[in-house]
Design a protein around this ligand. Sequence first.
Ligand code: ADP
Length: 635
Amino acid sequence: MAKQQHVFQTEVKEILDLMIHSLYSQREIFMRELVSNASDALDKLRYEALTNTDWKLNGAEIRINTDKDQKTISISDTGIGMSFDEVQENIGTIAHSGTKDFLKNAKNIKESPELIGQFGVGFYSSFMVADKVTLHTQKAGTSEGVLWESTGDGNYSIDSVPRAQGHGTTITLHLKETNTTEDKPQDFTDEWTIKSLIKKYSDFIEFPVKMKTVNEVPELDDEGKPIEGKTKKEESDDTLNSQKALWLKSPSEITPEEHKEFYSHVAHDWAEPLKTIHFKAEGMQEFTSLLYIPSNVPFNYFHRGSEFGPELYVKRVFIMKDCQDLIAPYLRFVKGVVDSSDLSLNVSREILQQDHQAQGIKKALVNKILKELKTTLEKDRESYVKFWNNFGSTFKEGIATDSENKEKIEKISMFYSTNSDELTTLQEYVDRMKEGQKDIYMLTGDDLDHLKTSPYLEKLKEKGYEVLLLTDHVDEWVAESLTKFADKNIVSITKENLDLDTEEDKKKSEEELKENETKYSALKDIIKKALDSDVQDVKLSNRLTNTPVCLVQASNAPSARMEKLMESMGQKPPKSKRILEINPKHPVIEKMLASEKETQSDWAEILYNQALLNEGSPLKNPHEFSEKISKLMMN
Ligand code: ADP
């Protein structure tokens, strides 16, 4: 094929523009990205060679060459290479997820370039350090070489050019004049710089990363003794990485620095991992697993449909990343690798879904992670709270989705409560329960501060009963499954028939209630009539002290917040009318009793709207409400 000129897709131009012009101080990550691509290419070839006898993984290596005079650095691999079409597809279009996310976050990146490293920016990162990049590749099993070239200014050329070395890929970077950022001059043709970058980012890569280095060695005399003052240059071929798959080392041999490096590779987070879980399973399932609980929330963690799951290796052969079938979705924050001895090298995602070995691995991983989390809670609460603040809101989903481990998850779940500003566990709550307190109480809502002053708490506060305050989106849904702990019922305090009284209290309040029933019977009817389309019933209540009314839901009906959530997800739940409870002891209700019938109907509307505000729901008709308030003020 003849040489062709092409224009980059608009999106690619945008990415390149950001790469070239952002003031990113860690340009060196281009090395990590290119070496990782080279290693992927070797992995792919090895994998293909298992089934395709024409393809051979001979002399698998990644090689770095530099030319100080030309100011170039090249990274070559003897991997699978790319065909003409594949180069077109892969380099110049944005088909892969890393760059798509990159674009979505373009604005943030402009403001804080340190985010660049979080994205799988891959090949394009070359343009951070180079003003011209050539890629020369040949697909294994073919004899046609492809030369791709670009200066990153919007165009690239692509041509058929034979590749003398055979299959594999060479990427040559023509380095920019200055690759210095303020205080950090970096010469990427410098041997020492390259060595330290490979160590830093690619030490665990299984294939050797090699470089010819020239060392100054003493010249020797005939007897083999060094001649004083005389040296000669000697070339040696060095392997720069240790190549040892970290997870195969014994845990005691791995240094914190090695963990940090590996964690940054699998999690794209440059901090220390919060927790490391390294274990070898023997017996039914044989596998080694090195997992991390991240110390930061990944930028795309809450995107629906984000990929998750460990990388899968079979006997050190990389198979695939994001193995969702090896971990429960509520543990999707976990990063790392699983290296199995039992799975077949041909395992695909589809097979993985049904494979009982894979299910066994998943079960073992989930158990292990839950156990580690439990130990962390017991031994290192500070870390646990950090974990909880980052991932608790999704971890809790397990209460509703993993019936097998529900109890374990409940035991290590944390909640805010009226007890203090600190998170508490259910067991700690139970240990603090007051004498006479029958149930565990909870209240859900959007905002912790609002919940703390909620009128629903009035009576419970009076009794000194603690209430769990749940503010995460998933709580409404999780709460449906969170029904019992340590033989105590977990009760929402916004449901009707909240039973807080002791038998003795009950007798007393029943008498009082009877008296009030007669006294308020007519008023109740008027309120009910006025609010006929909004509430299903009006009841006298003793749950309130300082508030005249509140809305509660029938014991089997979804909460107001649950309805709102369902609506926000595009569903149309049947509107369940709620019950208006009125506090007969409140002066407003007493005053209402003594008012004109017409005033009573107006007030019923106002009180209903107040109840809506108190539970965090929008007003039925804000304009009507404010008119009624104005009218009231004029009286
Ligand atoms: P990513 O690696 O995140 O997919 P890149 O932009 O780095 O994104 O690369 C895009 C694609 O180009 C890769 O998925 C791969 O198919 C191909 N590619 C890149 N480098 C090489 C290489 N050295 N050998 C073979 N294919 C490569």
